[in-house]
Ligand binder design. Structure first.
Ligand SMILES: [Fe+2]
Length: 249
């Protein structure tokens, strides 16, 4: 099976459009979405409308989906995130608000192979940044692979009986990095963020898992971020949300 893995779109229509164009001719058995469809960007309704139409999709909510749809008060958010969440809630059409509120909480299992979570498999609002945080999370899912998002950093953590190994995808001037998976290991994998990458590469990041070949490929796609920035500024959203898209951090 081939899985398309998307996370942290954050109302960035130009980035999602570029990603879906990049994979247009490829066949996927499942599309897996790890939450944070909305928040930060200026296109919440077009994003929800687009994602709702995707076929063979499994999706969970992210922390921004909760706050933007009013099921969490956002008291853990910083000022910029909260301001964009309030703006998003006002913009969302009733049908899209209702749909966002009904998104399932992770972790959710997908067949025998996958679990999907937003923050960690234990807590949708918590982060996995480093190796110790990752190591401690393997006990909270039973499947060979768990996808997670939230940190906006693409990374693959592999665990066997002896050690935890970290793979940071490096594209070396290309647009993808293929990591060979080992059947004797279990994995925690973040495909990176489509709409607000934070690893210093401003291109949209997403993943493809091929469980027959046992490969995880992280792709990076250019998109016209200047257009996204203009929309954010025109909407009156906080300026840092536009500025950071050029930097990818
Ligand atoms: Fe996010």
């Amino acid at each position: 099976m081939r899985y398309l893995v998307l996370s942290d779109i954050h109302s960035n229509l130009e980035a999602l459009t570029a990603v879906l164009k990049r994979v247009r001719r490829k066949r996927f058995d499942r599309i897996v979405i790890l939450g944070d469809l909305v928040g930060y960007g200026a296109d919440p309704n077009p994003i929800v409308d687009r994602v709702r139409k995707l076929k063979r999709m499994v999706i969970i909510r992210g922390n921004h989906d909760k706050v933007c749809s009013g099921i969490d008060n956002g008291d853990m958010f910083n000022k910029v995130a909260l301001e964009s969440a309030r703006w998003t809630e006002n913009q969302l059409l009733p049908r899209n608000l209702k749909w966002l509120r009904a998104l399932p909480k992770g972790p959710v299992t997908v067949g025998d192979l996958l679990s999907i979570s937003h923050g960690t498999p234990l807590d949708e609002d918590a982060y996995i940044f480093g190796e110790i945080e990752a190591l401690n999370m393997f006990q909270y899912f039973k499947t060979p692979i768990c996808f997670f998002g939230h940190s906006h950093f693409p990374v693959v953590f592999g665990l066997d009986d002896e050690a935890l190994t970290t793979y940071i995808p490096v594209t070396n001037g290309g647009d993808n990095c293929r990591i060979k998976l080992d059947k004797t290991k279990r994995y925690l994998i973040n495909p990176g963020s489509i709409g607000q990458p934070r690893d210093g590469d401003n291109r949209a990041s997403f993943g493809v898992l091929d469980d027959k070949r046992m490969t995880m490929t992280i792709y990076r796609v250019n998109y016209p971020y200047e257009k996204t920035q203009q929309k954010i500024r025109a909407a009156g959203l906080p300026a840092p949300l536009a500025d950071r898209l050029a930097l990818g951090r």
